[in-house]
Design a protein around this ligand. Structure first.
Ligand SMILES: [Fe+2]
Length: 262
């Protein structure tokens, strides 16, 4: 089985249920050592990955600020569910696009895709329990934008998607959990615990490969990161950072000092 072809098919799949099935399959084939990581597959730029017709994608700014009503909380759950859906595609794109990496790279990102699909299902099932489902509210497209913009180099991708976007989730989750703690949606606290723990692992995978690539290219990891942030984001990262979680996720002492100095 060509790992890249299977990852591409899952990435482009527009049905939520079929995408989850394809990700499960890919994950099983990986565990059974049935994947070929040597055979190449045509690499195309993916402006729009496979996603269902709904949710409508809107500019980030045009999503109204969420209030403290029950509906506000449900919209927050939907927004996190959307992040997890995107995260499946982010991981699949990492598998598909960079076809000259060691096998361990693909195995790592297939595992991430699988865990993201589990997160998505946890949240979507909870939404269904509440009488809603994924697609019921508008959502934004920021995560894929950065993925698409970093499709020219695996080092830029590792620097900016897991280490910036996904790591932001580590910073934000404890605060979001606190809000859910005092709401009618307490089960979210437990769901976010599961997601948070897995997410530390995902950022760690990003850090491991980012550091490996910097070493291979004799690049300073902080300087390179700083240049990529300027190039793609144009301004310094904003804290506060969850230093404890980021430490667990493999940011070095130096990198944490760099973040805290911002
Ligand atoms: Fe996730």
């Amino acid at each position: 089985m060509n790992a890249f072809e299977l990852a591409f098919n899952a990435l482009m799949c527009r049905s939520v249920t079929d995408k989850i099935k394809l990700v499960n399959q890919l994950h099983t084939f990986k565990d059974q050592l049935n994947l070929n990581y040597q055979a190449k597959y045509p690499i195309i730029s993916v402006k729009t990955p496979g996603r269902p017709e709904k949710p409508n994608l809107v500019r980030f700014q045009s999503i109204p600020k969420r209030d403290k009503s029950d509906l506000g909380f449900i919209k927050t759950i939907h927004a996190i569910c959307h992040i997890e859906f995107n995260a499946i595609n982010l991981a699949l794109d990492a598998v598909y696009r960079f076809q000259d990496m060691p096998n361990g790279f693909y195995q790592d990102w297939i595992k991430v895709a699988f865990e993201e699909s589990q997160h998505f299902q946890l949240l979507n099932n909870y939404l269904i329990e509440l009488g809603y489902q994924y697609g019921d509210f508008d959502a934004h497209n920021g995560l894929w934008k950065m993925t698409h913009e970093t499709d020219y180099d695996v080092l830029a991708r590792m620097a900016l998607v897991p280490r910036v976007l996904e790591a932001r989730g580590l910073d934000a989750t404890p605060k979001i959990q606190k809000r859910f703690e005092n709401s009618n949606f307490k089960p979210m606290v437990g769901l976010l615990d599961i997601i948070f723990n897995d997410e530390i692992g995902h950022v760690k995978i990003g850090n491991t490969w980012y550091h490996t690539l910097c070493q291979q290219r004799s690049l300073d990891s902080i300087q390179t990161f700083d240049q990529l942030i300027q190039k793609h984001i144009g301004e310094s990262l904003r804290g506060p950072f969850n230093i404890e979680a980021r430490k667990l996720a493999g940011f070095s002492e130096k990198e944490l000092n760099y973040l805290q100095a911002l």
